[in-house]
Ligand binder design. Structure first.
Ligand code: RUB
Length: 429
């Protein structure tokens, strides 16, 4: 009991002592310079730290400060301090002088604004909720090579949403079966066929064999349908191997690759983008939920979306609001905004809706997304009672119905594939 009291009072004493230094990083009169990097954090403290001290601690520890005064501090270093320039409830806004960061180095930027601060004693929760880059940093990253306009040109689809599928089962199919399912998907109406996030080069479906067999299936489907078809093969691997695989795809006549942005990491992706291949880059965000879903702690999907676009992804998964993944409409719209809003001339990236989609959810989905979206259904295609081909047709019909302004029920009267899909998968209530 006594020991506990002593511990508590020492803790208070320590933060009281440090308070002056951390508070030096708070100045709500400060007006950010156009060249500042701006971050929004959500902060929650425990009983050992006062809120404004915590706010200053975030700015200090993510810039030039630490827990004590330094004999090594110089006035020219002090000028580089970050400043908390706004406090609104638990939300703080921090401005960072751009000199703190190495241009074009996302790992470096994240090591500051998304680094040690997450382990600070006294902070119960911390969330990096948004980030805004000044032009001097946006122009130091490659950005998307194609963007929305570019991918529409590749697919020769000027207006309609893209219809995509993920091969299911996600793992286990041997190469021949994988290619056959891909062919059925394209022939039935899909524009895009995609690997799942955890298919790379396992023994049952090696990368090189799969690339060859699936591109042959693509060529056959293109010939038969007269439509452009694309295959997003998953190149996720160790960085050098990932680039090697991407080059194989380019040489084999593929137009697209996919990779897992969270598990490959920022530097892995930057290396891939800097190879500057003639390939559309599709980013899957598997694993983001470990950082993004807690409303109070971690990093928001908005930050991941802005960073992924800036580093150069042409497409990114942003949630669906109507499918199996957790985010609601508001979060999905925020994510879409991060990919499509003005960002000092950086190209836009195409939002991807994926996860628990099927024909009946297409109308509410397109209401949220508009037509600039890749609508990807895995189970919603391959779970159709009449198989993959008809499942792909039903998805395409659902999109046609929305574009023609007809209800799915009305459209289904003359389209059996859609009718059967609507019979087994209803609109959620
Ligand atoms: C799709 C699937 C994907 C999701 C993940 O399969 O599981 O990996 O895209 O979600 P299905 P998100 O269509 O059968 O659900 O894209 O939101 O990250």
């Amino acid at each position: 009991m006594c020991n506990n009291m002593l511990h508590l009072s020492m803790t208070h004493y320590r933060y009281h002592f440090d308070r002056m230094k951390y508070l030096d990083f708070v100045d709500t009169e400060y007006e950010p310079a156009p060249s500042d990097l701006l971050c929004e954090f959500l902060v929650e403290t425990d009983e050992t730290m006062e809120f404004d001290v915590a706010a200053g601690a975030v700015a200090a520890e993510s810039s030039v400060g630490t827990w004590t005064e330094l004999t090594t501090m110089r006035s020219y270093v002090e000028k580089l301090h970050a400043t908390v320039y706004e406090i609104d409830g638990s939300r703080i806004k921090v401005a960072y002088p751009v000199e703190l960061f190495e241009p074009g180095n996302m790992a470096n930027i994240m090591s500051s604004v998304c680094g040690n601060v997450f382990g600070l004693k006294g902070l119960k929760h911390l969330k990096l909720d948004d980030i805004h880059y000044p032009e001097v940093l946006t122009e130091s990253f490659m950005g998307p090579k194609y963007g929305i306009d570019g991918v529409r040109k590749v697919l020769k689809i000027p207006e309609r949403p893209f219809v995509g599928t993920i091969i299911k089962p996600k793992l286990g199919l041997v190469t021949e079966d994988h290619a056959e399912v891909a062919y059925e998907s394209w022939a039935g109406g899909c524009d895009v066929v995609k690997d799942d996030e955890n298919l790379s080069s396992q023994s049952f479906n090696g990368f090189e064999k799969r690339l060859d067999a699936t591109l042959k299936a693509r060529d056959k489907a293109e010939k038969e349908t007269g439509e452009r078809k694309v295959y997003m093969i998953n190149v996720t691997a160790e960085t050098n191997e990932m680039v090697r695989r991407a080059k194989l795809v380019e040489n084999a006549g593929g137009e697209y690759i996919m990779f897992d942005i969270i598990t490959c990491g920022n530097s892995g992706f930057q290396t891939l983008r800097e190879a500057d291949l003639d390939l559309v880059l599709h980013a899957h965000r598997a694993g983001h939920g470990a950082f993004t879903l807690d409303p109070k702690h971690g990093v928001s999907m908005k930050v991941i979306a802005r960073n992924t676009r800036l580093m150069g992804a042409d497409q990114l998964h942003v949630g669906t609001a109507v499918g199996k993944m957790k985010e609601g409409e508001e979060e999905v719209l925020d994510n879409i905004e991060c990919l499509t809003s003005e960002m000092h001339g950086v190209r836009t990236a195409m939002p991807v809706a994926s996860g628990g989609l099927y024909p009946a959810v297409v109308p509410p989905l397109l209401k949220i997304f508009g037509y600039n979206v890749v609508v990807q259904a895995g189970g919603g295609v391959h779970g159709h009672p009449d198989g993959t081909y008809k499942g792909a047709t039903a998805m395409r019909q659902a999109i046609a119905a929305v574009m023609e302004g007809i209800t799915l029920q009305e459209y289904a009267e003359k389209h059996e594939e859609l009718r059967k899909a609507l019979e087994i998968w209803q609109t959620p209530t």
